[in-house]
Write a protein that binds this ligand. Structure first.
Ligand code: TRP
Length: 331
């Protein structure tokens, strides 16, 4: 059994890309591993120092995680800021994190370009905070996308450095976790690239979207004038709507439209109507649970409390041991 950990910044509702990319796998993993899933609200301050509704954003992700099937009894589902031990480890790790290596981090260089008016120390030490998230539970597996691999590498560096400096073998090396299930790439609706909230209005289908909103977005999805030669290769925008259909529709539906495409009879309007209907049906159980859980304040706060208690139990053990290793003693 591995200790698995994953964090998500509370910057928007979850969409189908999140669901097929990671969430679906998290739900299976809960039965096999010791899982920690948390909402990285401290991290969000590095880019959004004065959030409009921090609590609401965190709550929404928590509700959606619960609705999708993360189980607060099986896993440790918590909010980063509920675990102040993380900050103490962040401080210890920062003492041995070098400015040069932090400045060379790709994500820091990107951020300097994106927000030149706010190059704060939190941005520079973003990787130390992330390492603290991982090391505080001595996690061994971290499911991350390509964009987070360098951060994970730094977590290994900081953990190994700690072990070397204090002459111990305390932190295990966290490795990237590759899901057993193949990763399904979910394209967006605007013709190119993957589904994402920052890829433009209407590109993503959110788990909480109402049927009417789904229908509108799908009907606006980018297509083209249609094939003119039988069995013609599909351009990206068309591949995308077929890929979306592959994940939410019945196989017969997909093959029906494949045939229509190959024989040049396809009517994208009909295809999109069908796709919208199947997406609405697919997301319905999650959407209904989001509404029910969101309305149940007692359930949400109970879930958060269970998560906080389990996370703090694990984190305070680490902090106790780390203090002892470094040499802090109480009088
Ligand atoms: N940096 C991650 C992201 O932007 C979020 C995150 C914070 C995280 N702490 C983590 C991910 C620890 C995995 C482990 O997506």
């Amino acid at each position: 059994m591995e200790t698995v950990l994953s964090g998500i910044r509370p910057t928007g509702n979850l969409h189908l890309g999140n669901y097929f990319g990671a969430l679906r796998n998290f739900i299976d993993m809960q039965n096999e591993h010791n899982c920690f899933f948390f909402i990285a609200d401290y991290h969000s301050l590095t880019t959004h120092p004065t959030p409009h509704d921090l609590h609401g954003n965190v709550r929404q992700i928590l509700v959606e995680y619960l609705a999708a099937g993360l189980d607060p009894e099986k896993s440790t589902l918590y909010v980063q800021s509920d675990v102040p031990e993380v900050i103490e480890l962040y401080l210890f790790l920062n003492m041995n994190a070098y400015v040069g290596e932090l400045e060379r981090c790709t994500s820091f260089k990107d951020k300097i370009r994106q927000q030149p008016e706010n190059v704060n120390a939190g941005l520079l030490t973003y990787p130390t905070l992330m390492a603290a998230d991982i090391l505080i539970h001595r996690a061994t597996k971290v499911p991350v996308g390509k964009d987070q691999e360098q951060h994970l590498e730094m977590a290994r560096t900081f953990g190994n450095r700690f072990n070397r400096l204090y002459n111990c073998n305390y932190f295990p090396e966290p490795q990237a976790f590759n899901f057993g299930k193949e990763l399904i790439k979910i394209p967006g609706l605007n013709g190119s690239g993957k589904m994402g909230k920052s890829e433009g209005e209407g590109n993503a289908i959110f788990l909480a979207d109402e049927p009417e909103a789904i229908r509108k977005k799908v009907m606006k999805a980018v297509t083209d004038a249609g094939p003119t030669v039988p069995n013609q290769a599909k351009p990206e925008a068309i591949q995308n709507i077929f890929q979306l259909m592959r994940v939410v529709s019945a196989p017969e539906t997909l093959s029906y439209f494949e045939e229509q495409y190959n024989s040049c009879h396809i009517r994208y309007g009909d295809m999109k109507k069908q796709l919208a209907q199947d997406m609405i049906a697919f997301t319905e159980p999650i959407r209904e649970r989001i509404k029910a859980i969101s309305a149940d304040e007692a359930y949400v706060s109970r879930a958060a409390r269970i998560g906080r208690e389990k996370a703090r139990e694990s984190a305070s053990k680490t902090i106790r041991e780390v203090r002892e290793i470094i040499g802090f003693k109480s009088f």
